[in-house]
Design a protein. Sequence first.
Length: 53
Amino acid sequence: MIGFTRSLAIELGPEGIRVNAILPGLVAGDQAGWWRPRRRRMAAALPSGRRRR
């Protein structure tokens, strides 16, 4: 999805058209305290073994 958005932005940018993408995910903040204990377990399940920041 990110690559597609970038491609569109490069192609349509010269015409003055902006391209944005909204992707699902968690935001690390005060209200996301329930997420902290699960981070390592979830990251271990990812193929890369780490999460994106």
